[in-house]
Design a protein around this ligand. Structure first.
Ligand SMILES: [Zn+2]
Ligand SMILES: [Zn+2]
Length: 336
């Protein structure tokens, strides 16, 4: 006999929705990851996210489905919130089991579907990262963050996939789920919104305690996707919604989305003030600024801290408070 459900999980269960929890082996993710299984009332299931594809993740997914009496072979659609391994890891497996269609936004397609094209993209990132001040010997470990690892996820066959866009909706069982395209954490991130029951399936766009990293992605070797600027725009859209329960990608459902968003906005403002303080004297590279804010880092962690620094600098630049000083192959920034 399973434990009685509380709070948001009980609300979900009454609507035929199950939160399946899988352990995540990297600490930066924000805790175990959630997949949400929505019953269609005819034995079929729609998944919003599929969790991580480690052996422990796959075992937990099967155990969670069994406890909820879900038949994974009757998965109809697997909606991928965004192209991070802890969210799409089991999409291919679920589709193989059931023939389910995998749905995701074109903005994150490259990270999930077909052959890994990272080796083609990596030189672009290397050029950009050198200009941020990353020492040559650190580049290989930094760049490993973009390479697909079969340890955490399987890539999805292109013929299983249909693109997903803002304005679409799913009618599943007792709910109608509207697709919101909310770029920022990644370019192709989507959330699902049930306006009738005021449920926001928020994945990594809004978490209770972790600020979503504005993950650095490039258009070309000089142009980023301006992740934090996009994120702040997207979170403004979510703030305006009348949400009762946020169903996050990590951690239990929570209430009070405006308070969570406002504290997140204050957090970014403080970080920007710190950056401005560090820029008061001489021009500095993003790597130098990352050391001031986060201490010396290397490998994938340095990539995450650089994403924070570059994202916040771009916000400050847009506000006319900092500017770039080009020269000697390095991007340096000064207070305006
Ligand atoms: Zn993510
Ligand atoms: Zn995540």
């Amino acid at each position: 006999m399973s434990q009685p459900l509380e709070g948001g999980d009980a609300v979900l269960r009454a609507l035929g929705i199950h939160r399946l929890v899988m352990p995540v082996p990297f600490p930066d993710a924000g805790g175990p990851v959630n997949a949400y299984a929505v019953e269609d009332g005819k034995g079929g299931v729609l998944f919003f996210d599929s969790g991580i594809g480690t052996p422990e993740g796959v075992t937990a997914l099967h155990a969670g489905a069994a406890a909820a009496r879900l038949d994974l072979r009757r998965s109809r659609q697997v909606v991928v919130s965004h192209g991070h391994v802890d969210h799409f890891g089991n999409a291919q497996m679920l589709s193989e089991l059931s023939g389910a269609t995998v749905r995701l936004h074109p903005g994150d397609m490259e990270k999930v579907v077909g052959e890994d094209v990272w080796e083609i993209r990596a030189p672009l990132y290397a050029t950009f990262l050198r200009r941020q001040g990353v020492p040559e010997e650190q580049l290989p470990r930094l760049l490993s963050i973009g390479r697909h690892s079969g340890k955490y996820s399987r890539r999805v066959d292109p013929d299983r996939v249909q693109p997903l866009t803002e304005g679409e909706h799913f009618r599943v069982g007792k709910v109608r789920l509207d697709v919101l395209h909310l770029p920022g954490h990644t370019p192709g991130l989507v959330c699902l919104w049930d306006a009738e029951h005021r449920l926001l399936f928020a994945d990594d766009h809004l978490l209770a305690r972790t600020s979503p990293n504005p993950f650095l992605e490039l258009v070309d070797e000089r142009t980023t996707r301006r992740a934090l600027i996009q994120y702040l725009h997207s979170i403004g859209r979510v703030r305006a919604l009348d949400v009762e329960w946020v169903l996050p990608g990590h951690g239990p459902p929570f209430q009070g989305h405006r308070a969570a968003i406002d504290s997140l906005l204050r957090f970014y403002e403080r970080r920007q003030e710190k950056l401005l303080g560090a820029l008061a004297a001489d021009p500095r590279t993003p790597v130098e600024l990352s050391v001031v804010l986060f201490g010396a880092q290397e490998g994938p962690r340095l990539y995450l801290t650089l994403s924070e620094v570059v994202g916040n600098l771009e916000v400050l630049e847009d506000a006319g408070r900092v500017r770039r000083v080009p020269g000697d192959g390095l991007d340096r920034w000064v207070a305006a």
